[in-house]
Design a protein. Structure first.
Length: 528
């Protein structure tokens, strides 16, 4: 028998304490109104974080359930820990705004909220509601790096599971890396088909359910592990189903078609039913319980509220919000526009008659970056203040195409980061350029196909610094925002291609030589 939960009779908070709590929460919402609106925008536009709409409601339910089990007394503030936490949160808010890092601004909300809880209800409340506060981080788009690390192994695993299921169904299938070759078509398991997106969304729902309703750590771990296994098996089954239906003439294999969506919905529904059944078994009361729910919460010794500190913190929150709204960076315009870039770069000369067509910069087509099909079939760097697209050729008649996009000042919706930079980052490999005694680390994307090979060499320029990826570009942008009050930057892309049946080495070597000659030329045109 599970022991009865002991209830604690807590004194009602005084009107002064309630007023301080209400004013503090109101100040928090005023400070973070714009940030919370930006989170809604992310959930609406980024399919990876679409589950974010459910996170606040799930967190509220978990907090309500936990509060019923472990009541705490308002009015026992922890100033020693709460004040520094709030100040750190506001610093992250302002720093993220100055550096154009919206995700840092969004993450700072959870930090500041933790500080407000410390001030309103004390350290015991944070200790009791730690899961709710940590869970809120799932709604913030800061998980790109771990998700990226999971994508490729998950993609390979899903392809293997799908091929095995096709074999069990008696359908010949040859697995070639992440491609499944069938008798009449080939299934390409793209990164977006890896199952990681579904896994993250499923985890966001399963973890709080396990925390609230299961009464032991072993059962919680069992449910999470079972859900991960079902998620991967379900994704492999979905891919196998796409291939089987396509062979039977019942589906077209198009990832954007209604058939594909219905296939995914059916398999996902089956997975949720299995997880629900397993959860039902695990949620039965155990003979032995760790008594976690039976123990009353410890109540901190009463600490007298200091209205002067409360008022100062509320003013700090409001000031942080005001700084965020008013924080703008200086515009750093080019002294000479990009149109004045040299028409001769090393051995290469501007070619106005034969522009390269294999990689139509500045667009990055889906096939080049190996991305999931988009509505337009391409990705671009958005809202650059100045853009330059040119073709150059050398004496051997090799051609390259150059794109330079420059931002006088970066802000939300007008920045180097975005769909184009994400697509390049996911598909890129490192490349080293040599200019005299200097070595520069940049990136490249290479694609080989029946129509020949093609590729793009690219890098970012942040006030004279050449960096190969968007993460380091954002890091230097933050440094410059804080120390120099500027967030200007540029992206440089050089496209090349080779004819069918010819080695791509010559075309790629030419593009590398052009890039090495271009670096000092750009250094005279872009600010440092």
């Amino acid at each position: 028998m599970r022991p009865a939960i002991q209830r604690i009779v807590t004194p009602n908070p005084s009107p002064r304490v309630l007023a301080a709590a209400v004013v503090g929460i109101a100040a928090l919402l005023l400070c973070y109104g714009g940030v919370l609106a930006s989170l809604v925008t992310v959930w609406s536009t980024n399919y990876l974080y679409s589950y974010g709409f459910a996170v606040p409601f799930v967190a509220a339910y978990v907090a309500w359930t936990t509060a019923r089990r472990h009541p705490v007394t308002l009015g026992s503030p922890d100033y020693m820990l709460g004040v520094p936490v709030i100040l750190v949160g506001i610093a992250l808010l302002v720093g993220g705004r100055l550096g154009g890092l919206l995700s840092i601004e969004q993450a700072s909300f959870v930090v500041t909220l933790t500080g407000v809880v410390l001030i309103v209800a004390g350290r015991d409340a944070v200790r009791i509601h730690w899961f709710t506060l940590a869970y809120l981080l799932l709604m913030v788009p800061i998980w790109s790096y771990p998700i990226d690390r999971l994508q490729e192994p998950s993609r390979l695993l899903s392809a293997r599971i799908a091929a095995s299921m096709l074999h069990l169904a008696g359908i010949p299938a040859l697995l070639q890396n992440t491609d499944i070759v069938l008798s009449s078509r080939t299934l390409a398991v793209l990164r977006e088909c890896s199952g990681v997106n579904q896994l993250i969304a499923l985890t966001a729902m399963v973890v709080p359910a396990a925390y609230v309703w299961l009464d032991s750590t072993a059962r919680r771990i069992a449910l999470i592990v079972f859900s991960v296994v079902v998620s991967y098996l379900g994704n492999g089954m979905r891919i196998a189903l796409v291939g089987w239906l396509a062979l039977k003439g019942l589906g077209d294999g198009n990832p954007n078609s209604s058939y594909h969506l219905l296939e995914g919905l059916g398999v996902s529904s089956l997975g949720y039913l299995l997880i629900g059944a397993f959860f039902s078994v695990l949620s039965r009361p155990s003979r032995e319980t760790d008594g976690g729910d039976a123990r009353p919460a410890a109540v901190s010794a009463s600490v007298r509220r200091r209205l002067a500190i409360d008022a100062a913190l509320i003013c700090t929150l409001l000031l942080g919000g005001a700084i965020r709204l008013s924080a703008t960076q200086s515009e750093v315009k080019l002294s000479n526009g990009l149109a004045t870039l040299d028409t001769r770069v090393g051995d290469w000369t501007l070619d106005v008659l034969s522009p390269i067509a294999a990689v139509p910069l500045p667009a990055l087509d889906d096939a080049l970056v190996g991305g999931y099909p988009t509505a337009d079939g391409e990705r671009r760097f958005a809202a650059a203040d100045e853009e330059l697209v040119r073709s150059y050729r050398n004496l051997s008649q090799s051609h390259v195409q150059l794109y330079v996009g420059y931002y006088n000042r970066q802000s939300q919706g007008k920045e180097l980061s975005g769909e184009a930079s994400d697509a390049l980052r996911l598909a890129a490999s490192p490349l080293t350029l040599h200019t005299g005694s200097e070595r520069y680390n940049v990136s490249e994307v290479v694609r080989e196909g029946a129509g020949g090979s093609r590729g793009v060499i690219f890098w970012y320029v942040i006030n004279g610094r050449i960096v190969p990826d968007i993460y380091r570009a954002k890091g230097y942008t933050i440094v410059d925002a804080v120390t120099r009050h500027r967030t200007n930057g540029a992206v440089v892309m050089i496209a090349w291609s080779s004819d069918p049946g010819t080695s791509p080495d010559s075309a790629k070597s030419g593009a590398v030589a052009f890039a090495e000659a271009l670096i000092p030329v750009l250094g005279r045109h872009l600010p440092s």
